[in-house]
Structures are given as C-alpha cells and as structure tokens.
Design a protein around this ligand. Structure first.
Ligand code: TYD
Ligand code: MG
Length: 473
C-alpha cells in the first residue's frame, strides 16, 4: 500500500525544495522548480513509527525475521580489496584502485580524453583477467574498436553494448555480471518510462541512481562519465555527486598534452593526490616523475621567468612562472593563466608600493606547460617573474622561490636554490624580508641609470648570493 505526496524539486540542480517558488533556493535558476508526485509506501511510514528497539529486535516483532545487523569490528576488512586498474596514476588517485560495488563519476570537459582514459583502463583490467563492460552510449561499437586499435590496446575481455536505453543496459549488466562497468556518458542514458526528456536533470539523476543501485547489487565497480559545463560544474544535477562514492575530475587544455586527474570526493581514501598524464598519438601515458616535466623548454637567462614548487598531492612539481610587463596603459590589461588572478592583482599592488611601478602597465602571467601554481606559496615566484620582466633582468636559472607575500609586502619566504642538473641545496631565509628597495638613495641612482626600463633596474652588487647573479640584458 502507498499514499501519494507532493514534493518540489529543481529541474536544473536537482535539489529538493520545501515549496514551489519561481526561483530555486539552491542554484538560483528561474522557473526550474517543478511539482512531483511521490509515492510513499505506507508500510514504510508505519515502520518508521515503530520504536528503535522493535526495529533492532525485528520488524516482524519478537521471533520474526529481522534485518541483518553486523558488529562493525567483525566486518572483514580484506573481503573486498580494491581492484588495481593497472594504470599507476589512476591507482595513485584512487588510493589503490576501484572498490567492488563502488560508483565513481569521472567529470571533464569534452575532448580532454575521458573516453580514452577509460578505454585504456578497461583494456588494462581485462588484461588482468577481469570481466569488463563498456556501455557506449555516445559512440558506435566500431568507433570504440577503432580507438582501441589506435591505442594499440588489447581489448580481449572487454564487452561493449551500444545504446542509450536504461532497461537494456540493466539487462546487460545483470546478464554479463561484469566486475567493472563504464557508462560513457551518463547524460546520454535515458529511461523511456520516465518520459521523452532524454538528458534532462531528472532523467540523468534517475538513470544514475538506478545504475548505481544495480552496480552495488552486482558488486561491480561502476564508472560514470559526466560532461562538465564551461563553468566547471558537472552538467545535469549536482545531486549526481551525492549519488556516487567518488568524483574524479579530468582536466587539461585540449591544445596541450598534459592531463591531470584529481579526486574531488573519495569515500575510501584521501582526495589530495593528482595523477598526471601526457596525451600522445597512442593515448595517455602516466607521468611518473613530473618534477622536471614543466621545465623542459625553459630558456636559461631569459627575463620574466621564475621557478616555484607547488605541491600536487604528495608530489612537488617544479614549474616555471612566466610574466610579461607590457606597455604603459591608461586601462592596464591583466591576463593570467595557471595562477590565482586575485593574487596577481595583490602582488602587482605590492610591487607598486615597493617601488616597482608595474601597476600602470599591461601585465601577463602564466605557468608554462599548462601547469598550475594556484597556492599562495607561488607569490614570491610571481613577484620575481614580474620584477624580472619589468627590469629585463633574468632570475638565476637555479633559483627556486617559494613564499607567500602579504599585503604589506612581507614574505615568509623560503628561497631555495636547487641545482636542477645535479645535487641540491636548500636555504631558508631567517626572517621575513620586505619586498622593495634597500635604500632610497640606491634606488634613485638606479632609476637615473635606466630611463627605458619600466621601473628601475637593480644595481649589480658583487656578491656570491644567487639573487645578485641575475643577468641583466
Ligand atoms: P576523448 O577520449 O574522445 O575525449 P572525451 O571523451 O573527454 O571527449 O579524446 C579526445 C581527444 O583526444 C581528441 O581531441 C583526440 C585526442 N587523442 C589523442 O591525442 N591521442 C589518442 O591516442 C586518442 C585516442 C585521442
Ligand atoms: Mg568521450
């Protein structure tokens, strides 16, 4: 028995609403709240009224069949170990691999390589003897096969089903009983019983819900591909993120070869790790040692360049911050990639205050190779790159700058000198130095000697310190 109840839900973001309104209280979308009839099983409603004691003793009353209640410390930890995918960068992010009965959402912009990554994953897992099913909801089976041959992947043991209809997909999963199921993509799957609106948030949510349920029932590891909108949100309802155990984000500029895989949510492990890949002619290759990946094309002695070390997960990366201080402009332009634009705005103001008037100039800052250095510890390298560009004075090639700069221009800096080719040496500044000129008189002389530079060139002082070995051109 069941009774009908009315509920309201936003069709854009999927969040439940207490009552109807013209605008969703969660995502702000207009005219997206719709009324839905919900069937509440009366037996559940009645059951909810029963006391906890009765429930633990058995819903059927004393002596009746009760729910299985487990002592948590008796649950076998080793019974369901993670299944290694064989792709070390994926396993790194997943803390060992895919758990049986888990659901993972892989989000990314079109063209980043989600289908490629998952086909490589399936081939690898099938090679390890696991039964794998690919639900090709966006491509034909022959197109998938063509991609596999481009990758040189041995796809023996990978099964594929074309089509978008949920009942057929459910039947295939139940029939094949795979250990790994990839649905590419969840937005393309629809259930004809839910009406014609394929791809609508309600359809996507319901289909994802049922796919997760069947995967959990079969003990299969489910991977759902989800498209990401330009704004970076997973298209369709955000509630998809609540439905799954793990949300992975696959990112990268489609015009560059670097791709990164991050766990945004992971119920079974930490979320800090990043997997790095290079997209090549034959698919994705894991980057095991990224420490010098981004410095390969660095030109020693060029002004406007400084090296810093953002930490990706547990791995330090050496990245090159490049800056260009352009012409004076009444409305200066700012163009920033790979670093935090608000930090750049702050650092330009700090440099201005410290006697390096770059604020009236066009300023361009980027991180080479499509890498990111968004953490505050990159501040010092950004300042050095800007100052270097403005003064046309190169930062020493073996200097690595790590330090946050605050609004007063003080920095708890760690200046590290690494011999990038051989042994390494690290030095830490004993106190927080202030960015800017050492004495007014020295800066005045420097300004007088350099009319053409956007700001005064520093005087070359004979010293053995790395900073004073900067080469000015
Ligand atoms: P794809 O996996 O289809 O991306 P998504 O599923 O995220 O939309 O990959 C698309 C891009 O990857 C496409 O621009 C071509 C490129 N690519 C390679 O560079 N090398 C390869 O071996 C493959 C298979 C794709
Ligand atoms: Mg794809």
């Amino acid at each position: 028995m069941s009774r009908e109840r009315t509920a309201y839900r936003c069709q854009a973001c999927g969040s439940p609403q207490a009552r109807w309104s013209g605008r969703c209280t969660s995502c702000g979308q207009w005219n997206s709240v719709e009324e839905q009839a919900v069937l509440v099983p009366l037996v559940v409603a009645a059951h909810k009224q029963s006391s906890w004691a009765t429930e633990l003793g058995g819903a059927g009353g004393p002596g009746g069949p009760g729910p299985e209640v487990l002592a948590l410390d008796q649950v076998d930890l080793e019974a369901h170990p993670p299944m290694a995918t064989g792709l070390s960068e994926v396993d790194r992010v997943l803390a060992g691999g895919l758990l049986p009965g888990s659901a993972t959402l892989l989000g990314g912009e079109p063209g980043t390589g989600k289908s490629t990554l998952l086909l490589q994953l399936l081939a690898s897992m099938a090679g390890a003897g696991r039964r794998c099913l690919l639900v090709a909801a966006e491509e034909a089976a022959h197109q998938v096969r063509r991609r596999a041959s481009r990758l040189g992947a041995d796809v023996a043991g990978v099964y594929v089903i074309e089509g978008t209809q949920l009942p057929a997909i459910e039947a295939a999963v139940a029939h094949l009983a795979p250990e790994v199921v990839v649905v590419d993509s969840v937005q393309a799957v629809n259930d004809p019983d839910l009406g014609p609106s394929a791809g609508s948030p309600a359809q996507v949510r319901e289909c994802a819900h049922r796919l997760v349920a069947i995967a959990k029932a079969c003990g299969a590891a489910l991977l759902l591909v989800g498209h990401v909108t330009k704004e970076g949100a997973l298209a369709g309802p955000r509630t998809l993120e609540h439905l799954v155990d793990t949300v992975l984000s696959f990112e990268g500029d489609r015009y560059l070869s670097l791709r990164s895989l991050k766990a945004v949510k992971h119920r079974f492990g930490p979320t800090g790790e990043t997997g790095l890949f290079e997209m090549g002619e034959t698919g994705l290759t894991g980057v095991a040692d990224p420490s010098t990946l981004f410095l390969g094309d660095r030109r020693a002695g060029a002004a406007g360049s400084a090296v810093t070390v953002p930490i990706e997960g547990h791995r330090p990366l050496l990245v090159e911050v490049q800056a260009l201080v352009g012409r004076l402009s009444p409305v200066p332009r700012r163009s920033v990639t790979g670093v935090d634009p608000s930090r750049v705005a702050l650092l330009v103001a700090v440099l201005d205050r410290a006697g390096a008037p770059v604020g009236q100039h066009d300023v361009y800052v980027s991180v080479a190779g499509g890498a990111r250095a968004a953490e505050p510890a990159a501040d010092l390298a950004i300042c050095l790159a800007l100052a270097s560009s403005a003064s046309k004075c190169a930062v020493p090639g073996d200097l690595v700058a790590v330090g946050e700069v605050d609004v007063r221009g003080l920095t708890a800096a760690v200046l590290a000198r690494l011999s990038l080719g051989g042994g390494s040496r690290w030095g830490e500044t004993p106190h927080a130095p202030r960015l800017g000129r050492s004495t007014p008189s020295s800066s005045a002389k420097a300004r007088a000697s350099s009319r053409s530079a956007p700001w005064p060139r520093p005087r070359a002082r004979p010293s053995s310190s790395s900073a004073s070995r900067a080469s000015c051109r």
